[in-house]
Structure formats: structure tokens, C-alpha cells
Design a protein around this ligand. Structure first.
Ligand SMILES: Cc1cc2nc3c(=O)[nH]c(=O)nc-3n(C[C@H](O)[C@H](O)[C@H](O)COP(=O)(O)OP(=O)(O)OC[C@H]3O[C@@H](n4cnc5c(N)ncnc54)[C@H](O)[C@@H]3O)c2cc1C
Length: 490
């Protein structure tokens, strides 16, 4: 008789859990996937990436309609937004994607899906809906939830998090967003564009505090120009309900207290790992301050229990959760020791313009003492961006002293898609000269990737030394025209 009921048991059916369940089952492991919600898909599908990007799309179009004149079109007199219809579209899109994540599909792949409540009895055995179930290997992929810090008064106020935001019945007239990270900033622009008066409160002096200051500041300026108000470097002192309104008391400096009032309050102050109720202590699994503690192979303090995705508190992205799911499958099913390597993990904040990154930004490179070379190219010099009326932003290529790439940041239209060329280039170890000499279709936004790389080679190719050599060997006659004031002389 088998020692355990399953080869592998996975707790949490989101990005990480689904990747592992699909991989393990298709490799022939007897697989159990347990989910507490009535549907699979996790935060990304139901309360995160998919609804937020669907909302952003509606907000983008509404904003574009209002900009009709900029494109030589008649001015459009738009009625206000009916948020219930946007919320319905959000649910429709979720429904389309949900089909890929159905329990039936996973059953066809060979994994058993169970819905309900689960907690550990010991390191191999859980209690699932009152029944005891064992597995040789367990993986915790329970994700994260909006962190709700102990701000005085917050517990007595009706606030929103990402769980309620996408099913509002009507558009709020005003909103205070606590948090200037990716979620807060994306939602600030989207709601502002739809017609909500938005104020953003951030602890740091900079929005998107992980990004380079110049890129974050440029994005902030764009949102401010669209009407979002920022209170940065702020300490939130208290939150209260005043009639039907929410009031937030801030301190911007020792002498200045500011009271903000709005119809709604969105809390986007980071994430907390979903570990409550799992009885991880019964399994001997240690939890650190940001999530379940794991080693580079994603093993917890019990080597046959893994933790992947948001719950381990690492990189809180869907693609990171999927990547980590693959690492778990390698280690737990193939028994091939594989460690995580986040060197070239990209990410993107889906504002307009988008801000995408891969590798080190200039600030991280400087902090690491790498004395980076930063090459830059503006979208204002990209023909397609101008055609589309999207000439704001730029790309930054960060190199070390030997001109080896450390990272890329793009603030501009479709930056999340443009970074894909760098995902391939950097992961594949493609030479920058290959990217610079390759032919790109014209006119495309992607030409900016070639142009920024060209900025490394152009000064060398078109240098005075090369000119001198060519003159000497081939008797070139030099300039045919010189501007009167000599300004363009190189
Ligand atoms: C508003 C918002 C926008 C975002 N946008 C993006 C984006 O554009 N791109 C991006 O890459 N990332 C984005 N993210 C982050 C992304 O959603 C997460 O990184 C991703 O969902 C993590 O996957 P996961 O598998 O770790 O967790 P999840 O996808 O959340 O899955 C965890 C699953 O575990 C279940 N679960 C929890 N506790 C238990 C339990 N006790 N028992 C059983 N099941 C349990 C949950 O119900 C859930 O289904 C966004 C997040 C938010 C909040």
C-alpha cells in the first residue's frame, strides 16, 4: 500500500499553484490541488492583474475619446461613466480567461481539484474539509492579501482593497489612495481618467520607490497633469469617518498636518502573505516577516514542503509565481536541484505611459558600486511614437564599465511589450552589437531598442579617428556643408 495518498499536494490554485499542478500531473505525479475559493485562478485573475488591466483599458479609451481633438477629430461630448458596465466587462473578461483555469481542465490533465478548508496536521498530512489527506510533498501557494497596517481609526472605517475595487456599482466621486506603489499608481490614473477626483498618499518622497527617480518623477508629472494630487513623504496619522466621507490626517513635515476627505478610501499599502489558518507550525514550516521562509530551491524549513508565489514574499508578480512554480516542479517532481535566479526578471507598471524594467536600474547599479554607464533615447525621437501621439518617456540602457548590460528601464507606450526584446537579449546573452545591427521594421516603437543600443556604437563609428583613417586611406574630402554658426560641428 502506498505510504501517502498523493505524490504532491498543492494548497492554493492561483498562478503558482496552477503551474505546479499542471506540470506535476502531466509528468505523472498523483497530484492534489486545494483551493479555498469556489473557483481557481487566484488573485491575478479575480482581484488583480486581469480586472485592473481591463479597467485600465476602459479608462484609456475614455481618456482617448476626450483627446479626440489632438488627433484632428471632432470634439466628443462624453456622458459620465457608468461604472457598473465597466465592472460587467471586467467580469466578462475574467469569465473568458477562467475557462483555461477550470477544475475540469485540471482533471483532464490528471490533477484532482478539491475546494474547501485545509490545515496541516503534521508535515505530510492535512485536514481537508474534515478529512485527513496525506502527500509525500506539499507546496504552499496561497498568495497574498492587501496589507492593512495598524493606522489609528482604519479599523472603524469602510475602506476598499483590490478585492472590492473592481465590483463597485458606481464610480466614486472622490478617492484617497493610501500607497504610491504599482497598484496605487495604476488605479490612481485609471479612476482619475474615468472621472474620480483622486489623491495619492505615499510614505516615500517618490512614487514607485523601487524605480529610478527620474523615471518615477516623469510618470508622476504626467499623472499630476491629468489631475491626480500627490501627498508624498507623508505619515498617515489617523483615518476617520466624517458623515458619509472618509477623512485621512497626514503629516507632511513636523509643522504641517493635512486633512484629506473623500467618498472612498483605497488601501494599497503593500501585501501580506496568506498563511493564517494553515497551521504551518504543525508542519514545522517557518514564516519570516514577509512570508514563508524559503531557500533558493524554494524549500521551506521542512525540505519536502515548498512555498512558491506571493506567499514566500519574494517578487510579487504573476510571472514570478509561474517561474517559481517551474522551479518547484524541477525540484519536487524531477528531483533536479534547481535554484531561482531573478537576475533578468522583468516587471511593468501599467500606467500610461507604462514603466517597465529588467535587471538593475541606475540607482541599484550605483548602490552596488558599479559606476554604471547610462545610455538613453527619448520616445520623442521615435517616429511611430510621434505618429501615435505618444512621444513622452524614454528608454535607459544601463551598462557596467566594460559595457556589459546590467539592465533596461522603459517609460513609454507599450513598455511592457517593448521590454520583451530585452528579455530575449539578456537571457540569451545576445551581443548588443547584434541588436544594434539587426534590421527592425519601420515605423515601430521597438526601433527604440535598436536606437538606444546604437548610442553605444555611433560615437565610436562616427568618431574623428575613424574619419581621419578613412580620409587617409580613401582620400575622402570631408564636410560638404558647414552651418553658418558652426553649431552642428561635431
Ligand atoms: C490590483 C493588483 C494588480 C496586479 N497586477 C499585476 C500585473 O499586472 N502583473 C503581475 O505580474 N502581477 C500583478 N499583480 C500581482 C499578482 O496578482 C500576484 O503576484 C499573483 O497573483 C501571485 O500568484 P500566487 O499564485 O502566488 O497567488 P494567487 O494568484 O493569489 O493564488 C493564491 C490562491 O491561494 C488561495 N488560497 C489562499 N489561502 C488559502 C488556503 N488557506 N487554502 C486554500 N487556498 C488558499 C487563494 O484563494 C488563491 O486562489 C497584481 C496584484 C494586484 C492586487
Amino acid at each position: 500500500m502506498a505510504l501517502y495518498d498523493y505524490d504532491i499536494g498543492i494548497i492554493g490554485g492561483g498562478a503558482a499553484g496552477l503551474t505546479i499542478a499542471s506540470g506535476a500531473a502531466q509528468l505523472g505525479a498523483k497530484t492534489l490541488l486545494i483551493e479555498k475559493e469556489p473557483q481557481l485562478g487566484g488573485d491575478c485573475l479575480h482581484f488583480g492583474c486581469v480586472p485592473s488591466k481591463t479597467l485600465i483599458r476602459s479608462a484609456y479609451l475614455y481618456h482617448q475619446f476626450k483627446q479626440a481633438e489632438r488627433f484632428g477629430l471632432p470634439v466628443v461630448d462624453l456622458p459620465p461613466v457608468d461604472f457598473a458596465r465597466i465592472a460587467k466587462r471586467i467580469q466578462d473578461v475574467i469569465g473568458q480567461i477562467q475557462r483555461h483555469d477550470s477544475a475540469e481542465r485540471f482533471c483532464r490533465l490528471g490533477a484532482k481539484v478539491e475546494f474547501g478548508t485545509v490545515f496541516f496536521r503534521n508535515s505530510h498530512r492535512v485536514d481537508l474539509n474534515g478529512h485527513s489527506v496525506s502527500a509525500k510533498t506539499w507546496v504552499v501557494t496561497t498568495g497574498s492579501s492587501a496589507a492593512v497596517p495598524p493606522i489609528p481609526g482604519l479599523d472603524r472605517v469602510d475602506f476598499l482593497t483590490n478585492r472590492d475595487l473592481f465590483s463597485l456599482e458606481r464610480l466614486p466621486a472622490s478617492m484617497i489612495i493610501l500607497g504610491a506603489g504599482p497598484i496605487g499608481i495604476e488605479m490612481a490614473q485609471a479612476f482619475s481618467r474615468l472621472g474620480t477626483t483622486v489623491s495619492v498618499v505615499g510614505r516615500s518622497e517618490q512614487i514607485l520607490s523601487k524605480e529610478d527617480r527620474d523615471m518615477a518623477d516623469a510618470l508622476q508629472a504626467r499623472l499630476a497633469a491629468e489631475g491626480v494630487t500627490f501627498y508624498l513623504g507623508a505619515k498617515i496619522e489617523a483615518v476617520s469617518q466624517v458623515g458619509s466621507k472618509k477623512c485621512v490626517r497626514l503629516r507632511l513635515n513636523p509643522d504641517a498636518a493635512v486633512d484629506l476627505t473623500a467618498e472612498t478610501l483605497l488601501v494599497a499599502l503593500g501585501r501580506t502573505p496568506n498563511v493564517n489558518g494553515l497551521w504551518l507550525e504543525a508542519a514545522g514550516v517557518d514564516v519570516g516577516p514577509t512570508g514563508i521562509a524559503v531557500d533558493p530551491r524554494l524549500r521551506t524549513s521542512r525540505k519536502h514542503i515548498f512555498a512558491a508565489g506571493d506567499v514566500n514574499g519574494g517578487y510579487l508578480f504573476t510571472h514570478a509565481a509561474g517561474y517559481e512554480g517551474g522551479i518547484v516542479v524541477s525540484n519536487a517532481v524531477f528531483h533536479l536541484p534547481r535554484k531561482v535566479d531573478y537576475t533578468w526578471l522583468p516587471w511593468c507598471t501599467y500606467t500610461d505611459p507604462e514603466l517597465a524594467s529588467i535587471g538593475m536600474n541606475a540607482r541599484r547599479a550605483e548602490a552596488a558600486g558599479l559606476d554604471p554607464i547610462v545610455l538613453s533615447e527619448p520616445f520623442a525621437a521615435n517616429d511611430r511614437a510621434l505618429v501615435e501621439g505618444e512621444g513622452e518617456g524614454r528608454i535607459k540602457l544601463i551598462l557596467d564599465k566594460r559595457e556589459k548590460p546590467l539592465g533596461v528601464q522603459i517609460l513609454g507606450p507599450r513598455a511592457g511589450d517593448l521590454i520583451a526584446a530585452w528579455v530575449a537579449t539578456l537571457n540569451g546573452g545576445v551581443k548588443l552589437s547584434t541588436l544594434a545591427s539587426a534590421v527592425h521594421p519601420y515605423p515601430t516603437l521597438a526601433e527604440i531598442n535598436k536606437r538606444v543600443t546604437g548610442n553605444l556604437f555611433s560615437p565610436k563609428i562616427f568618431s574623428a579617428t575613424v574619419q581621419k583613417g578613412l580620409k587617409l586611406f580613401f582620400n575622402l574630402k570631408g564636410r560638404a556643408c558647414t552651418p553658418p554658426d558652426g553649431e552642428c560641428r561635431q
